[in-house]
Design a protein around this ligand. Structure first.
Ligand code: G4P
Length: 511
């Protein structure tokens, strides 16, 4: 049986048009009826808690959300699970983790700006995780650049084959439609309104220059090849305008037809197939305090196999005893709805009080452990100094909670009472300070720490004991009590690695 689930993320540089495209995809799926709704709801949601003010100030989206919608394509109803990712380079950890939960991605590029370094980094992560990419070159209603120039740029930046799927007609303000290479039909606007779905018609007469450019494009690039795309060697490129709803239908059809259905997931030496009868899944994100009036906590589970039914008992790997999932949430266009059933590829929100953590596996029989969800070595380390020293308990709670959520990592040095937090990007620190104040009433300052990075240390007991004896001042425990070497410089790491060949120093930790 092939699955009708397509679970994907949209990745882009801020301002490339991700929000607008999301909105149009939802509109296509009939999930929302008014343009602007994603943003409007976003604003309402942001107003709810203090830390999200950062989003407003910076005009970026820090949290990632899940949206599910359906569309009938060639007689089959396809369920799309769209995972939103923050589009800011500072918040890469969250994005990385989201990419562990999807089967494919859409990369949105602003035609005027091309590929920016952040987008390239995301692309590399997709490659590492075997997440194939469909490219959507947005805003072709605005800027006029030759097609092949843009295609060459994409191919160059990503070091892979590009396969153009369509062509915008009359870029540079004269935009009159999108030509579909496969069928030689063109989608034209109806009536000039901004929000239209367009109508397909046979290709009419085109101006000569345009015909030439399109001919060249057809000849110069490889044809689409499903296997190459799924292997991550080729990206089909769609040109369009999210704002004007051009090329969006083609994009959604491409996801339905080409994007991989739910894939097997690595679990140590094994792989768990989506066809497996028992329900399995893993937590890739935990979000606490979504509503400040209720200390609720939603764990986002990517379902890997089985048919989930409401009320079902699942055992989280971190807990060892089963929990009953009475009020699972599916995310239909950001409205919370209680789900009765869910399938491989779906994302389920599980309300809990801190029992579920990022990286946890959930399974019916407690016989599976998914792997490949790393903790990244922090690049910025800071000491946490309390403004009010009587609040140490609240501080510890806040740091534990927020590290569990993946906002920060926390390290408790073996010597001394100071707590050290580690992050991959600066923005995480601002989120930390602001959430500690808003949600835990803890005022704290961050001061420079003597450390530059951290490594998880592993080895046999004897070697570890020896190492601990000599390096106590540079050792800490993470939230799980695992040993971490706090290094003053990368040189320090190299030195210790050479000196202690029996130990491993790793920059990531499987969660
Ligand atoms: P993001 O989520 O990736 O950050 O981008 P977003 O959708 O917010 O779009 C960024 C800006 O680009 C918005 O303009 C949006 O209207 C515009 N935009 C998106 N798609 C297209 C397109 O196809 N063509 C053109 N011409 N513009 C597009 P803004 O002025 O910053 O915001 P707003 O005032 O429109 O909300």
């Amino acid at each position: 049986m092939t699955s009708n689930r397509r679970t994907f993320a949209i990745i882009s540089h801020p301002d490339a048009g991700k929000t607008t495209l999301t909105e149009k995809l939802l509109l296509q799926g009939g999930a929302i009826h008014l343009a602007g709704e994603v943003k409007a709801r976003g604003a309402a949601r942001r107003a709810r808690s203090d830390w999200m003010k950062i989003e407003q100030q910076r005009g970026i989206s820090v949290t990632s959300s899940v949206m599910t919608f359906e569309k009938e394509i060639d007689g089959e109803v396809i369920t799309f699970n769209l995972l939103d990712t923050p589009g800011h380079e500072d918040f890469s950890e969250d994005t990385y983790r989201t990419l562990t939960a999807v089967d494919s991605a859409i990369m949105v590029i602003d035609v005027a700006k091309g590929i920016e370094s952040q987008t390239r980094k995301l692309f590399e992560v997709c490659r590492l995780r075997n997440v194939p990419i469909i490219t959507f070159v947005n805003k072709v209603d605005r800027e006029g650049r030759p097609l092949f120039e843009i295609l060459d740029e994409v191919a160059d930046a990503l070091a892979l084959d590009v396969s153009p799927q369509n062509a915008p007609l009359g870029m540079g303000g004269l935009f009159t439609g999108v030509l579909d290479f496969a069928t030689d039909t063109v989608t034209r606007p109806e009536g000039g309104s901004k929000e239209f779905l367009g109508k397909r018609e046979p290709l009419g007469d085109l101006p000569e220059e345009l015909e030439e450019e399109i001919e060249l494009t057809k000849i110069g690039y490889p044809e689409f090849d499903l296997e190459a795309y799924r292997n991550g060697d080729l990206t089909p490129v769609f040109f369009g305008s999210a704002l004007k709803n051009f090329g969006v239908e083609e994009l959604i059809e491409a996801i339905a037809k080409w994007a991989p259905p739910p894939r097997p997931q690595p679990a140590g030496e094994d792989e768990i197939s989506p066809e497996r009868d028992e329900v399995t899944g893993f937590i890739f994100k935990v979000q606490a305090n979504m509503d400040p009036n209720h200390r609720d906590r939603i764990a986002f589970m990517r379902q890997v196999s089985g048919t989930f039914k409401r009320g079902m008992k699942l055992t989280p790997s971190g807990l060892g005893k089963p929990i009953a999932v009475h009020s699972p949430i599916l995310f239909f266009a950001q409205d919370r709805e209680i789900a009765d059933t869910a399938f491989a590829g779906d994302i389920i929100g599980i309300p809990n009080h801190g029992t579920l953590r990022v990286g946890d596996t959930l399974s019916e029989k407690n016989d599976v452990r998914f792997t490949g969800l790393p903790n990244f070595a922090p690049e910025i380390l800071r000491r946490v100094v309390l403004a009010d020293p009587t609040k140490t308990k609240q501080l510890r709670k806040a740091l534990d909670d927020l590290s569990e959520e993946g906002v920060i990592q926390v390290f408790y040095p073996e010597l001394g009472a100071q707590h050290i937090v580690g992050v991959v990007g600066q923005l995480q620190l601002e989120v930390l300070i602001s959430r500690m104040e808003a949600e835990y009433k803890v005022k704290a300052n961050l001061e420079p720490s003597p450390f530059a990075t951290a490594r998880w240390v592993k080895g046999d007991d004897k070697a570890l004991d020896e190492f601990e004896k000599f390096n106590r001042a540079n050792l800490a425990r993470d939230r799980d009590g695992d040993l971490v070497f706090m290094a003053k410089s990368p040189w320090d790491v190299n030195y210790q690695e050479e000196k202690n060949p029996d130990l491993t120093f790793s920059a990531t930790k499987e969660r």
